[in-house]
Design a protein around this ligand. Structure first.
Ligand code: AN7
Length: 354
């Protein structure tokens, strides 16, 4: 069952809404003691593994809503600007809905897996000589002038679908976490999680709210630096965004929850990326490691208070937004290439150190 059918009572859908679903959501919440040990005694770290959605990123939750509502409202085409994952998701759901999908991306700044997805799902892909923020401006204007539904996260239905992830976190834990950490790019995800947590509390499903911890890449940290970044830079291409569309909402989530939005360097991101893969067994794309890099950085700074009683476990949920196979180039780039030997057993044994 997809997120619309599972959480229908919390979503702006009716019996007349044509549900376009790829059975998104229902992703696991994986405990990661290796990370928790680095936070401190009494802490548990849970990884919401959103890379296990149908197009391998968290975007599918919002996209099922956006495309279903676009279809309900009579649109025959959807469009988005994207750093990659939104385009992959939009292309897949549009294919399922049998409508046209136009995606505008920054040339040369999209991970290979994401571009392959958009193309194979049949989207019309246009690369601009410019960055994500310029692509979004163009698509916004096109959708104002033509009968095409904009499916970036400024589309309120995207946020509605996306918020189901916080319901799942609460349903899995049996309560809201103490802290909720995630990467921040265009800031739709942090906006949606916060909305979801608040709604679950209003409906009496949980009795508290988490502290929201958002992390931007240091070279693309407009919210942290309180200014638009004209030329954002980071190897985490998914969050290479200089002027987030949901800037204000992200600040509201931070302030209302008593949380923070901080930045992590590319080195810290890659360190967390490798730790997740080699130490925890979960392969994510670099942007997804920003949340882990962030909590490790905050732990080193003494941000997390000591837990005094063993019965008072504190839960940190970290969202892993996209699968590592989205960006295979990055994994290969930061590792040594395999040694090549002659096809002889002795040579393989020697190199393997058996
Ligand atoms: C893996 O696909 O903006 O703060 O166009 O792909 O909600 O933007 C992707 C963003 C984090 C940031 N992790 O989320 C796009 C796009 C991954 C992402 C983010 C993105 P938001």
């Amino acid at each position: 069952m997809g997120v619309i059918d599972r959480y229908r009572d919390y979503l702006p859908v009716t019996g007349k809404t044509p549900v376009i679903s790829l059975e998104e959501g229902g992703t696991p919440l994986v405990r990661a003691d290796l990370i928790a040990e680095r936070i401190g005694p009494g802490y548990a770290v849970w990884l919401k593994y959103e890379g296990l959605n149908p197009t391998a990123s968290f975007k599918d939750r919002g996209m099922t809503m956006a495309v279903s509502k676009a279809l309900e409202e009579g649109s025959r085409a959807v469009a988005c600007a994207s750093t990659g994952n939104t385009s992959a998701s939009a292309a897949a759901f549009a294919a399922r809905a049998k409508i046209k999908c136009v995606v505008v991306i920054p040339e040369g700044a999209i991970a290979l897996g994401k571009l392959a997805q958009a193309l194979i799902h049949g989207a019309t892909v246009i690369a601009i000589r410019g960055n994500f923020d310029q692509a979004l401006d163009i698509v916004r204007e096109i959708c104002e002038k033509y009968p095409i539904a904009l499916v970036n996260s400024i589309n309120p239905y995207r946020i509605e679908g996306q918020k189901t992830a916080s319901f799942e976190v609460c349903d899995s834990l049996g309560h809201a976490p103490d802290y909720h950490a995630l990467p921040v790019g265009n800031a739709g995800n942090i906006t949606a999680y916060w909305k979801g947590y608040k709604e679950y509390k209003e409906r009496g499903k949980v009795d508290r709210l988490p502290v929201m911890l958002g992390f931007q890449a240091a070279g693309a940290a407009p919210i942290v630096e309180k200014r638009v970044i004209e030329d954002p830079r980071t190897l985490a291409t998914a969050i290479k965004i200089g002027n987030p569309a949901s800037w204000k909402q992200a600040e509201a989530a931070r302030d209302e929850s008593g949380g923070l939005i901080d930045k992590v360097t590319d080195e810290e991101i890659i360190e967390a990326y490798r730790l997740l893969a080699a130490g925890v067994g979960i392969f994510v794309e670099p942007a997804s490691a920003a949340g882990i890099a962030g909590i490790l950085k905050k732990a080193k700074q003494g941000y997390f208070p000591a837990v005094t009683s063993p019965s008072e476990r504190k839960d940190i949920v970290c969202v892993l937004t996209g699968h590592g196979l989205k960006d295979p180039d990055m994994a290969i780039k930061c590792l040594e290439t395999p040694v090549v030997v002659d096809a002889k057993i002795e040579e393989v044994i020697r190199e393997a150190g058996i």
